[in-house]
Design a protein around this ligand. Sequence first.
Ligand SMILES: [Zn+2]
Length: 240
Amino acid sequence: MESNFNCLSRSPSLCMYVPSVEQHKNELHEEPKKIKEVYFALARAYTIEEFNRHMAKLETIDSRVKTYLMDIGYDKFSQAYSKTNRTTTMTLNIAESVNASNKHARDLPVVNLLDFMTTLIQKWNYTNQKDVVESFMKIGVKYENILADNTILSQTMTVLLSTQFLHLVIDGQTRNVVRLHEKNCTCGRFQLDDIPCPHAMAVIQKFHMDSYKYCSDYYSIDYLLKTYEIPVNPLSDETT
Ligand SMILES: [Zn+2]
């Protein structure tokens, strides 16, 4: 089983579909490694301007790539062109993890393989649930780290108040407009990641607001617990 789903998201469960460059390397045979690198930067771009910059770079490597990607449709692989944010897209990217874990068990007879898979999923379910229950955080560790990183980045920014929920944040040479009540920033990250970007964090820090209020509910510990609330029951021996 080979996955055509490459995870662009920082969330393991919230991914976008992208065409595999490896899979099409015969069609894109000019410098595939370079193409792959720029392609992923293109797919991860938060704004159309950033997307266009990477696309121009791709065209200089192989001019046929743009037509190839246009035929697929930009909205199929680019988060800047995507019509939705990542927390409203439910996809699963477990194939590669399963493939890596059952490498040796695949040589076993089918009954033993099924037994191995049941035990493996039970173990994953138990460990993940235990980690969430023992966590004293309001959101998952990964999202706490994103908030912490964005808080650090926000330290050097200047916030200019426009209205209660509309702010101009100056970040070096760039000017970003943050609309807190819409969970939106002109950098594109706030609305696409559903978690405050560094510019939004600059506003939140300046006015001592609650950053968790501006994170998606899907990142909360309550929602993470719901993921593992259905137990994977062990199977007894058929002879007993
Ligand atoms: Zn921003």
